[in-house]
Design a protein around this ligand. Structure first.
Ligand SMILES: Cc1cc2nc3c(=O)[nH]c(=O)nc-3n(C[C@H](O)[C@H](O)[C@H](O)COP(=O)(O)OP(=O)(O)OC[C@H]3O[C@@H](n4cnc5c(N)ncnc54)[C@H](O)[C@@H]3O)c2cc1C
Length: 434
């Protein structure tokens, strides 16, 4: 099936238009085929290009490279996440494994931007887990204990101090973690496209329709041609399930976000001229909200089971209205009509918030399912799955493989029913935070 994305995302629209876009027009053979050109696929292709300068490597995307979730996210390169359970030592151990992976992810993105001198508005300004509900202090104190045990620098903040930092008095309590980076997701993924090695051939607007494996050769069918490859890496994240990859372990969730125009000097003054910041919700379905370094406000406050291949304009508009309300609640002094763009994007989730990183058959590999935190992990997993597919090993692969594996999901229609019910429950619980 074809992916029809909206073309409304500010992160994408402010970048220079790309030229020299090629799509598949004939049959080809190659040594390596990567499906999906977001952080994961581009990192895999880059690594393969470096490892095998004399081999033919093809990377394919159903839409323009990087213009899926990799350009459509909120730009938090996270060191820690909340809402993962962790009450017992066993859970603490799993949480540590998860943060070890986040840490590697941050370092891999850092290495990438240093090596290629990438400007992606990188800001090591930390992040806030914030709530308007003072009763959420208990959740944050538990989280604080966990972070202390694992050595993460953090502190709790309350109303006045918070409103000075954020420019809104909506929040009453927050836990600030020092580690964690804010960046421009579109600039980061664009740089990954720009630096693809010469022996990597990128085809765009070319959807993989079917694939099969006969005698260890993988045949892939596209609208205008076929590709035969010795090895394949699936890096389609929210679309892994639709291609039959680890179908019982991951499922797509559609998110929508909106971004305002740049605030005027007067508007910015009216909210106290805060420095760039990022807030993540304490209650899972609350809003992610961010002040960018160029004074724009980004908000994401929906997550739902929806057709991942397309969201209609009218459906997007409904979500944009809820985002306008979310901004108005926090910044009542700002005008009503400042949202410049609204967009949707697809993420992949597993039942236990764990990621997919594996050989799923001879010569067939997959990496993805980052549960909404894929900037760093996707970059890391992409490079490392290329190394794993080369039958090699690294310390990073050992760290990745020490994580808990995704757990089994019930079949449809039970899966959608269960997920929808859970999302409705969480949305109700977070209704003040949306
Ligand atoms: C609104 C939103 C906010 C988010 N916020 C954050 C955040 O703040 N921090 C964070 O770390 N993560 C965030 N995420 C998640 C993050 O964007 C993803 O985890 C990350 O982009 C995954 O990268 P990827 O390369 O694996 O997948 P993607 O970027 O989704 O790339 C997969 C690619 O596969 C292509 N594809 C799919 N099917 C086919 C096919 N059949 N044939 C060919 N190509 C195909 C798609 O077109 C797509 O380009 C957010 C996501 C969204 C949508």
């Amino acid at each position: 099936m074809e992916i029809h994305n909206d073309n409304n995302c500010s992160w994408i629209n402010e970048l220079a238009l790309r030229t020299n876009i090629q799509s598949i027009q004939s049959n080809e053979d190659c040594e390596w085929l990567v499906i999906g050109a977001g952080y994961t696929g581009l990192s895999a292709a880059r690594k393969l290009g470096q490892l095998y300068p004399n081999q033919k490597i093809i990377i394919v995307d159903a839409q323009l490279a990087g213009e899926g979730a990799s350009s459509r996210n909120s730009g938090y390169l996270v060191d820690t996440t909340l809402n993962d359970g962790f009450t017992s030592n066993k859970e603490l151990d799993s949480y540590k494994k998860k943060t070890d992976i986040y840490d590697l992810g941050i370092n891999f993105v850092k290495k990438f931007i240093n090596e290629y001198q990438v400007d992606c508005d990188w800001n090591e300004c930390g992040k806030y887990f914030a709530s308007s509900k003072i009763e959420d202090e208990k959740i944050l104190r538990n989280f604080s204990n966990t972070l202390s045990k694992l050595g993460f620098e953090h502190n709790l903040l309350f109303n006045n101090e918070l409103s000075k930092k954020l420019g809104t008095n909506f929040y009453n309590i927050a836990l600030f973690t020092k580690g964690g980076v804010l960046l421009h997701p579109g600039k980061l993924v664009r740089a990954m496209i720009d630096v693809l090695p010469k022996n990597v051939c990128l085809y765009e607007n070319s959807s993989l329709l079917n694939w099969n494996k006969t005698k260890d050769i993988i045949s892939c069918e596209f609208k205008n041609g076929k590709i035969k490859s010795k090895k394949i890496i699936f890096a389609t994240n929210g679309f892994l399930k639709s291609l039959g990859i680890k179908s019982n372990y991951n499922f797509p969730i559609t998110l929508t976000a909106s971004m305002t125009r740049t605030l005027t000097d007067e508007e910015f003054k009216s909210i106290g001229e805060p420095k760039e910041w990022g807030v993540l919700p304490v209650r899972p379905m609350g809003a992610t909200i961010r002040m960018t370094k160029d004074r724009r406000i980004l908000i994401r406050n929906t997550a739902e089971v929806h057709n991942p291949f397309k969201m209609s304009n009218s459906n997007l508009e409904k979500r944009s209205i809820s985002q306008k309300i979310g901004i108005r609640k926090r910044f009542p002094q700002l005008p009503d009509d400042i949202i410049q763009s609204s967009w949707s994007g697809i993420v992949s989730r597993s039942r236990n918030s764990s990621q997919i990183f594996e050989k799923i058959d001879n010569n067939v590999f997959a990496a993805g399912c980052y549960n909404g935190s894929g900037i760093g992990v996707g970059t890391l997993f992409g490079e490392q799955i290329a190394i794993k597919a080369s039958e090699d090993s690294t310390n990073e692969i050992e760290t990745i493989e020490a994580r808990n594996k995704p757990t089994w999901l019930p079949p449809q229609p039970f899966l959608n029913f269960g997920v929808k019910t859970r999302l409705i429950y969480e949305r109700l619980r977070a209704r003040s935070e949306i």
